[in-house]
Write a protein of this length. Structure first.
Length: 92
């Protein structure tokens, strides 16, 4: 499962209950990671929240993730800033 960084704070803005990827970097980088619409990913943020989500697209370059709150967990703050949105998570 691919692990990508997302901003869980965007869940409260319209449309609600989804994580939005709105920066230019995010919109350009997600396709380069080989992500597909409908793919299940592990989202994480810099404050230690992570959980699984399903990716979707809303237009030519806009991406969202529908999180599964049952999978959310607190992993503690992430010490290093993200070099990129994605990294490969071993399946196991």
């Amino acid at each position: 499962m691919k692990r990508i960084q997302g901003d869980f704070n965007t869940i409260a803005s319209e449309p609600i209950d989804v994580i939005k990827f709105g920066t230019r970097q995010e919109r350009e980088e997600l396709p380069r990671l080989g992500l597909q619409e409908g793919e299940r990913v592990l989202l994480f943020d810099g404050e230690g929240l992570e959980g699984e989500a399903i990716l979707s697209r809303t237009g030519s370059d806009a991406w969202m993730a529908d999180p599964d709150p049952a999978t959310w967990r607190d992993t503690g703050p992430q010490a290093s800033p993200r070099p990129s949105l994605g990294e490969q998570e071993p399946v196991g």
